[in-house]
Design a protein around this ligand. Structure first.
Ligand code: MG
Length: 374
């Protein structure tokens, strides 16, 4: 079997606001093969820039478009192709956008491999250690505390046993947000895990205030309080904080995650499979994390393609406390697949069992939100 082409599709909502919702547009990749098998992947930043990285003509040996690198290759040689794409984009890539684009292709290659062999991706990753994962409802922070609490209660009534709020106005006032957290805890009871995601970095002292406010409300972790570049700040904060600190959704490759763990002291890392380097690189990040006893709780605020890839990954690793499940009312979130992935009444999400990622696009939704530059 050989790769014959890489098709890119940009989907975009009619209105896109500069808020914390990262699923207002998305890049979907279809990797085509001469056997007729098509693999599907997703990358999760600035789709037009990713398209250029995929379709660009050769510039020099270590600056090549990703499609030209893999066309003609055997799609089953997934890890070798990851390393080939890495080497041939070393000038423009190694971190950031090029790795985001590689993530989509890597996910699609795993999808092809599973479909070609007639097995779900998790079987190729060493087998399922679990068949469902506890989902946490992940939502943006509402400005009004009453609606925030109503939202949380709605998620709990749907069966979620864990809820995270993030971004919005968080970060401006730890005392105000701490009081909201206390009300939230009172409203959902002690059995529901709560997490807080600042999204945008705050200063060290403010971060520590949030950690103490979160501790009073019994949060499971405080996410992204500092800039991902502030490794020394993280090292101090992890030592001083009464609650676990988590970060990593904006990072790419094992090298950045090893820095977060070894220099930043992080004990929870959150690679996004549609950014950090796909399933292949997530496995390498997990290997480094497991060696250090660090928990991997992936970021997965994107479409059901990423949710499926994340579920196969989580099925295969030793400890998988949570799947991030974006609960926003968004057609790219809810209607991209012919059978959308959703949690059961027990708050867990089943790992797909059909060959490959086990997902099929709803082509009507794809056509409705397909975007082309004017
Ligand atoms: Mg986050």
């Amino acid at each position: 079997m050989r790769i014959t082409g890489v098709e890119t599709i940009i989907l975009r909502l009619p209105e896109v606001a500069p808020n914390g919702d990262g699923l207002q547009d998305v890049l979907i990749v279809k990797v085509h093969t001469d056997s007729g098998i098509v693999g599907i992947g997703e990358a999760h930043t600035m789709p037009l820039a990713l398209e250029a990285i995929i379709h660009a003509p050769v510039s020099q040996s270590a600056s090549q478009g990703l499609a030209a690198i893999i066309v003609g290759e055997d799609p089953l040689e997934v890890e070798r192709l990851w390393d080939l794409m890495w080497a041939r984009t070393a000038v423009l890539g190694r971190r950031g956008l090029a790795i985001h684009a590689m993530s989509a292709i890597d996910i699609a290659l795993w999808d092809i491999a599973g479909k070609a062999l007639g097995v779900p991706v998790h079987q190729l990753l060493g087998g399922a250690r679990r068949h469902s994962v506890t989902a946490y409802a992940s939502d943006l922070m509402a400005d009004d505390p009453d609606s925030l609490i109503e939202n949380a209660q709605r998620f709990v009534a749907r069966g979620f046993r864990a809820v995270k709020f993030g971004w919005g106005g968080l970060g401006a006032d730890p005392k105000r947000d701490g009081a909201v957290l206390d009300r939230l805890r009172g409203a959902v009871g002690d059995d529901v895990a709560l997490m807080l995601d600042l999204g945008n970095p705050v200063g060290y002292d403010t971060a520590l205030e949030y950690a103490h406010a979160g501790h009073a409300a019994g949060i499971a972790f405080l996410e992204e309080p500092l800039s991902a570049d502030d490794l020394d700040g993280y090292a101090r904060l992890v030592r001083a904080s009464p609650v676990p600190i988590a970060t990593g959704e904006k990072e790419t490759t094992r090298f950045s995650f090893i820095d977060l763990m070894d220099r930043g002291g992080l004990r929870i890392v959150q690679p996004d499979l549609a950014r950090a380097g796909g399933i292949t690189e997530a496995r390498r990040i997990w290997a480094a994390a497991e060696t250090r006893g660090v928990r991997v709780i992936p970021h997965s605020w994107a479409s059901d393609i990423l949710i499926a890839a994340t579920l196969h990954f989580l099925a295969s690793i030793r400890e998988a406390p949570y799947l991030e499940y974006n609960v926003m009312d968004n057609p790219l979130r809810k209607r991209l697949l012919s059978s959308p992935i959703s949690p059961g009444s027990d708050g867990t999400v089943a790992v797909p069992t059909a060959p490959g990622l086990g997902v099929e696009l709803d082509e009507e939704t794809v056509e409705r939100y397909r975007w082309r530059p004017a």
